[in-house]
Design a protein around this ligand. Structure first.
Ligand SMILES: NC(=O)c1ccc[n+]([C@@H]2O[C@H](COP(=O)([O-])OP(=O)(O)OC[C@H]3O[C@@H](n4cnc5c(N)ncnc54)[C@H](OP(=O)(O)O)[C@@H]3O)[C@@H](O)[C@H]2O)c1
Length: 324
């Protein structure tokens, strides 16, 4: 089968298609013919050797797929022909066939296409974990989302209202991204140049209850200034590259909290946590209350281009590679 392999840590252009052996069927894993693979910022960092987890070279990046079950162990709850989505963990997904753990595999509702399915698990389960289990979002609270037109941002903008947020405020860097988040239903859309004053203006000086921050860098202190009393900032990632420092008196003054979010290590400790999350997310998908926006599609071999678009902030929404 074909897989996309990182052989040197020279960034996306060093990702090359290679013929490799298909994973062998065994008694504990589900073999899946991959139809689409989700592309995320950690894949970009992996190709550059900048991710917190550093796999040994050569390796296959990608963490999530949508596809059709080829074989499944008895008693796994899956059968050949099932449409599924699944997580491979850190790496392994950019391949024509993958082996998944049953705990990290879920039936994909017939109403959701394969590319949209591949855009689902990684970001939506991360944001679900962040808003519910880390920020303890309450009904009627307001949520400010940095990088709102990105993968994590899109998930936050669409999931937060389903979880009770009464207001979603998007921060984006271009008019195309502004248009995109308006279509997602953003209550307010602010530009990266002047968002801080605007947040305070549109909340009558109160600030917001929760900030979803996948960007970090120089926005961090202003995010904390934008919190209401009792607010929580979710530290999700650092696409701005700099890891910010925090003067903790800013938290003390507002009874605020800065909360770390490491969804991958949380579910790796106990993969059964994924099915608990899925059982909370699935009803929202089934009823259509949660609509997953159409991702941007790239051919499988165009993975380097998809990653370069992420690096240069050209991507709008989530990206996926389409194989079939
Ligand atoms: N904590 C967790 O468990 C977890 C799980 C998944 C992902 N993450 C992290 O979340 C972050 C976002 O991932 P993603 O897949 O959503 O990425 P993405 O789709 O590329 O979105 C990130 C957004 O960041 C903004 N940005 C600001 N400065 C940037 C820069 N210098 N370079 C690139 N983008 C910049 C961009 O929005 P504007 O152009 O509008 O500013 C972009 O839309 C990553 O750091 C990832 O590692 C964390």
């Amino acid at each position: 089968m074909k897989a996309l392999v990182v052989t040197t840590l020279d960034g996306p252009s060093a990702l090359i298609p290679v013929e490799v052996d298909e994973p062998a069927a065994d008694e504990s894993t589900i073999l899946v013919e991959v139809h689409a693979v989700g592309v995320s910022f950690p894949d970009l960092l992996l190709t550059q050797g900048l991710y917190q987890y550093k796999p040994k070279l050569p390796f296959v990046p990608g963490g999530e797929i949508a596809g059709i079950v080829l074989s499944a162990p008895d008693g796994s709850g899956f059968s050949p022909g099932d449409r599924v989505v699944g997580l491979t963990g850190v790496g392994g997904a950019m391949a024509e066939v993958v082996a998944l753990q049953p705990e990290a595999t879920f039936l994909l509702p017939g109403t959701i296409s394969m590319p949209t399915g591949a855009a689902l698990l990684f970001n939506y389960l991360t944001v679900h974990f962040a808003l519910i289990r880390r920020a303890h979002l309450e009904k009627g609270e307001s949520v400010l989302v940095q990088g709102a037109a990105g993968g994590i941002g899109t998930a936050a903008m669409t999931l937060a209202p389903c979880l009770g947020a009464s207001r979603t405020i998007a921060v984006v860097s271009s008019e195309i991204k502004a248009e995109y988040v308006r279509n997602l239903g953003a209550s307010d859309v602010l530009a990266t140049e002047n968002w801080r004053d605007e947040v305070l203006a549109i909340t009558d000086g109160r600030g917001v209850d929760v900030v979803v921050d996948p960007v970090g860098g120089d926005r961090f202190t202003d995010n904390i200034r934008s919190l209401a009393t009792g607010g929580r900032i979710l530290v999700m990632g650092f696409t701005g590259r700099d890891i910010p420092s925090l003067k903790v008196n800013r938290l003390l003054l507002k009874n605020a909290a800065a909360v770390g979010v490491a969804w991958g290590s949380w579910w790796a400790e106990d993969p059964g946590r994924l099915s608990a999350q899925w059982s909370e997310l699935f009803p929202l998908l089934e009823t259509g209350e949660l609509q997953i926006p159409e991702p941007t599609r790239y051919p499988f071999d165009a993975a380097p281009e998809a990653l370069l678009d992420l690096e240069h902030r050209r991507t709008v929404g989530k990206s996926v590679l389409v194989l079939r």
